[in-house]
Write a protein that binds this ligand. Structure first.
Ligand code: NAD
Length: 430
């Protein structure tokens, strides 16, 4: 795909704008990120050399509250990608009616090449570089691809050192002992599962007659697969960056999860073993996984996995986007034509930011909830918004994606219009 990710992401907004009655001003403002910061982060490596890493933080919109979004460590991180992820966060937070705007951050690197002390220096250096740009009431960080709760702990600690006060609310997804919430590390997968559990029976898809393939076996994909397995669904294929495994009878997910957890290396942070090494199941490539003849496909890895080049090969009837942006807008049209239901990322993976919101609330109130309480609140919230999206899609006979954007846009437009365009200030400049 030659077009930028952000240009492609913006097409979803253009489409939804036709259905909403928000002001032209509000629609126009949502087409551009509010602030984009690019930083260089010097890190002293273990061998004594100095390496400079490129980092980003984008606050796309903060009309509904402080910016909120994860930090990604990946070799393919660019400003274009971070802007797109911040754009999706803006709509996701509005869709779930969370009092947050959208933001995102990232550093361009292959984290598997760094030692644990180097990763700690990098994570602290990143906070040093963006400290004036973030805060519990300004912009709040969280984990994303190849970042985890240990790194969130370092980031929160570094911010607290800079501010000379304990500031747990600046980062969510922290270790529980540093003010993290119960259920945050499983929230994205659990939220996606709650939506699948609520939506699949509408199509007579019960656990015993539903075969599912999950692409990506990290924080999000692994939890979805576990929840589905325990609810009796047949998870027939899973994969990670190295490839996947398939078993027509259904995979034994708990033993695969245990294998992955026990074989972690690189200072116990990154999994070096791949799911291909596990058991007597047959192996398959990621491309083969995407075109399996299953009922449900769950892309839970990275963006741009289903494009115009392979959308025609998709045989699943229902797709639940756990990853951000796994389907391009060009592929959307092909999947639509094929009658495939796509439950969009800004709804399906919103469990993560929802429990991040719960964590932020708990940090501010000082009152902490148990896991049952967290999961019950998550289920109530995410299923209610999914029902609204379903209703809008039925009402206008449109895709679930456009319906999700309409739902979010109505809230964003209302907030932007309530704030006004600051014409008083603009007029004074004339
Ligand atoms: P993670 O780093 O824990 O896991 C990523 C997984 O994807 C790993 O198993 C990796 O091996 C696999 N992977 C990478 N490239 C792949 C490829 N080409 N094909 C197949 N698998 C591949 O990351 P995560 O937190 O699980 O995030 C996955 C997706 O979910 C991302 O799009 C992320 O933005 C999105 N997401 C995550 C959260 C969260 O709370 N973690 C919240 C919302 C959205």
């Amino acid at each position: 795909m030659s077009e930028s990710l952000f240009a492609d992401a913006s097409k979803r907004l253009e489409k939804a704008l036709k259905y909403v009655a928000i002001s032209e001003d509000a629609g126009e403002r949502l087409k551009y990120p509010k602030t984009s910061l690019s930083v260089s982060i010097p890190v002293r490596m273990d061998d004594g050399s100095l390496r400079i890493f490129q980092g980003y933080r984008v606050r796309y919109d903060d009309t509904r509250g402080p910016g909120k979004g994860g930090v990604r460590y990946h070799p393919r991180v660019t400003m274009d990608e971070v802007q797109s992820l911040a754009f999706w966060m803006t709509f996701k937070c509005a869709l779930l009616n969370l009092p947050f705007g959208g933001a995102k951050g990232g550093i361009t690197l292959n984290p598997k090449e760094l030692s644990k002390p180097e990763l700690e220096r990098l994570s602290r250096g990143y906070i040093e570089a963006i400290a004036d740009f973030i805060g519990p009431d300004i912009d709040i960080l969280a984990p994303d691809v190849y970042t985890n709760e240990m790194m969130m702990g370092w980031m929160m600690d570094q911010y607290s050192i800079i501010r000379r006060q304990i500031s747990p609310g600046v980062v969510t997804g922290k270790p529980i002992t540093m003010g993290g919430s119960q259920g945050r590390n499983t929230a994205t997968g659990t939220g996606a599962f709650f939506i699948m559990q609520a939506m699949l029976p509408r199509f007579q898809q019960q656990p015993d007659n539903t075969a599912i393939a999950v692409q990506g076996f990290g924080n999000a994909g692994m939890v979805v697969a576990e929840c589905l397995y325990h609810a009796g669904y047949k998870v027939v294929a899973i994969s990670d960056s190295q490839g996947g495994i398939y078993n027509e009878q259904g995979l034994d997910i708990p033993s695969i999860v245990a294998y992955k957890r026990n074989h972690r290396s690189v200072a116990n942070m990154y999994c070096q073993d791949t799911v291909c090494n596990i058991g007597n199941n047959s192996s398959l490539t990621n491309e083969e996984l995407l075109s399996l003849d299953v009922d449900v496909l769950v892309p839970a890895a990275l963006e741009n996995q289903i494009t115009e080049a392979n959308a025609d090969h998709i045989k699943a009837r229902y797709i639940f986007e756990v990853a951000n942006g796994p389907i391009t807008s060009g592929a959307d049209a092909i999947l639509d034509r094929k009658g495939i239901y796509v439950f969009p990322d800004i709804l399906v993976n919103a469990g993560g930011v929802t429990v991040s919101y719960f964590e932020w609330v708990q940090n501010r109130s000082g009152l902490y909830w148990n896991l049952t309480e967290v999961n019950e609140r998550l289920k109530t919230k995410i299923v209610a918004e999914a029902e609204q999206v379903w209703k809008i899609a039925q009402e206008f006979t449109i895709s679930l994606r456009t319906a999700a954007y309409i739902h979010a846009l109505n809230r964003l437009g209302e907030a932007l219009d309530a704030k006004g365009t600051r014409d008083y200030y603009l007029n004074r400049l004339k």
